[in-house]
Design a protein around this ligand. Sequence first.
Ligand code: PLP
Length: 409
Amino acid sequence: MKAMGPIPAGFAANADGVLAIGGRSAFELLESEGTPLFVYDRAGVERQVARFRRAFGEVGLHYAVKANPYPPLLQHMAGLVDGFDLASAGELGILDEAGLVGDDLPLSFAGPGKNDSDLAEAVLRGVCVHVESEGELDRLLGIASVMERRARIGVRVNPPFGLKGSGMKMGGLASQFGIDHERVAAAVRRIIAAGAEWRGLHVYAGSQSLSADALIESQRETVALAGQIAAEVGASPPEVNLGGGFGIPYFAGDAPVDVDAVGATLAMTLRSLPPLLGDTRFVIELGRWLVGECGVYLTRVIDRKVSRGKTFLVVDGGLHHMLAASGNFGQLLRRNYPVAVANRFGAEPEEEVTVVGCLCTPLDLLADEVMLPRAEVGDVIAIFCAGAYGLTASPQAFLSQGAAREVLV
Ligand SMILES: *Cc1c(COP(=O)(O)O)cnc(C)c1O
């Protein structure tokens, strides 16, 4: 038997013993929406936002769209957060189609490899571009000048530190992300001299950290670095984006981030700012922490087989929808996501099973040797922590299997 991660709080069985999501039976959701199905619980997202507000007070909250760009979820999110952070022009297009590009909600656009048309689109729509290199800054200033528009520009900083213990380390190294911190002041001076609107600084030091201490340390270092750069430039950044990187528990032994501790320490840091940061607005950008635990991937059991003493449940979904649960999305060691038999939710585990997807590859392993209540053909398997980096982070075209549905409840 192998362990699995903890099922996120807020999920319970209804009177029939079926997992309820947003008050609706998982079984009925599959019947009405089709299978396999991603279900996103709006109340779960609201709880996370409320938790953030309690912990961080006046600090702004942006949603990192790449975690989950499902349009109804974005529409819901628009009423809850203070801005959207984009990582591609495609995400800008999705927001536009959802009617969310306007003056109400600030948009910023980070990411390496923005082409000229991406930059022109951002300038046209008033999106703040977080430049990742001096070359990109040159192109942006040139494009804005030809368009006779004033670009809004933030500088993404490649900091001299990283977020310790984070899944993807993105700081303290040579990097395609951001301008090396010692060269940022010069870049800011260029922005100001060109007459563009300098919106501030952006530091993103890592992702999926469960350590409050590491987050506290990285935020403290970020504020200090912003103070240093501001002093070098001799101007106040209107905004400092402190990054994010708050993780969620996926695996056995993982515990949630103590966001209250992070917020309390940040509040202290922000009470003793250098004068040049006195009027600066601080922002935290989160993807996974806001939406990851609110999503459940539901998939139906197609076959049940025993091979050399091992029981397999073969489901109609797979890694083409939920790559991360198979262990192939950035994990070093494959470990089990939290899973359950949705129509026997909360029942006692009875047998050891291995849940595999329908793709013709041994990589398509969704839960390995876990203890579950007995499941038959037609029953529904729920994979939790599927709200972030689920469907759009999966190779949907691989093996030409069917598409997954999505629904916000
Ligand atoms: C991916 C990314 C995020 C979101 O990361 P999460 O781990 O989902 O919170 C935020 N900011 C930037 C710049 C990113 O690249």
